[in-house]
Design a binder for this molecule. Structure first.
Ligand code: ZN
Length: 244
C-alpha cells in the first residue's frame, strides 16, 4: 500500500491518541497540583528516619534467620519515599547495610560510637522529628503487634507516639492491645533534643508476623500508615499553632 495513503487513513486514529495523551497529561498534572496544594507540608520539620542497627550490628535475628537491620532499612526506605512524596524534607541516617560508628576496637565500643553519632546527627538537624524503625523479638513466639515508644526528652513525643500507635492498630491489627510507652533505657531516645518515636513494627520472633514484616505488601501498608499518621499529626500541630 502507498505509504502516504496509509498515513492519511490512520490520521484520525493518531489524532485520537494525541488528544487522549494530552487529556491524561493534564489530568495527571491536576492531580499532582491538588496533592501538593492539599498536602500539609509543615514549615518546620525535617523528618529524620533512622533504620535501626546496620553493618557490624544486625540487631535481632528473625525466626527465619533474617537480620532485623535489613527489615528496618527496607521499611525506612519506603517511609522516606512516602514522606518525600508528601512534600517533607527527610534525612536518612543510613541508606545501606552500614554502621555509623567512628570509634572503638570492640563491637560493644563500636555500637556505642554508632549510637552517639546517630544522636549527634539528629541533634544537629534543625527542626527535626525522629522516626526510628526497629523490629521486636521475644523468646515466646506467640507475641505479636507493633508498639511505639516515645523520647523521654521532648514532651510532645508522647502525643505523636499515641497518634501513631492508634493509627497502626486501627489499620493493621485491631486486636493489638499494646499502648505507646516511654522509651526508658534506650540511649538514642534519652539523648535526642527533638520530638521522636521509636517504632517496633512487630515481632520477628512470631512466625506469622515475620512473614508479613518481610513482605513487600505489608511493608507498603505499614510505611503508608506511619507516613500518613506522622503527616496528619504535623498538620494538626500546625493548625493548633496557627501556622498554616
Ligand atoms: Zn532493634
Amino acid at each position: 500500500m502507498n505509504c502516504k495513503i496509509q498515513i492519511k487513513r490512520m490520521l484520525p486514529l493518531y489524532s485520537i491518541i494525541i488528544f487522549l495523551w494530552i487529556v491524561i497529561a493534564q489530568v495527571s498534572s491536576e492531580v499532582v497540583t491538588a496533592l501538593a496544594e492539599h498536602s500539609p507540608i509543615p514549615h518546620r520539620s525535617h523528618i529524620v528516619i533512622d533504620a535501626g542497627h546496620g553493618g557490624i550490628d544486625g540487631g535481632a535475628v528473625s525466626c527465619t534467620g533474617i537480620p532485623e537491620s535489613m527489615i528496618n532499612l527496607q521499611i525506612s526506605e519506603r517511609i522516606n519515599d512516602l514522606m518525600n512524596f508528601l512534600g517533607y524534607e527527610t534525612v536518612m541516617l543510613r541508606k545501606s547495610d552500614t554502621s555509623l560508628h567512628t570509634d572503638g576496637n570492640t563491637i560493644a565500643q563500636q555500637k556505642i560510637s554508632d549510637l552517639k553519632n546517630r544522636v549527634e546527627i539528629i541533634n544537629q538537624t534543625s527542626n527535626a522529628l525522629l522516626i526510628s524503625i526497629h523490629q521486636n523479638t521475644f523468646s515466646d513466639r506467640q507475641y505479636s503487634g507493633s508498639q511505639v515508644f516515645y523520647a523521654t526528652t521532648a514532651h510532645k513525643s508522647e502525643e505523636l507516639a499515641k497518634h501513631l500507635q492508634s493509627a497502626l492498630m486501627e489499620a493493621l491489627n485491631p486486636k493489638n492491645k499494646r499502648t505507646a510507652r516511654k522509651a526508658m533505657g534506650i540511649y538514642l531516645m534519652e539523648h535526642i533534643q527533638c520530638e521522636g518515636v521509636l517504632i517496633e513494627c512487630g515481632f520477628i520472633s512470631n512466625p506469622y508476623e515475620e512473614i508479613n514484616l518481610r513482605s513487600t505488601q505489608y511493608q507498603k501498608k505499614l510505611s503508608a500508615v506511619i507516613a500518613c499518621a506522622t503527616s496528619t499529626y504535623l498538620a494538626e500541630q500546625q493548625k493548633q499553632q496557627g501556622a498554616v
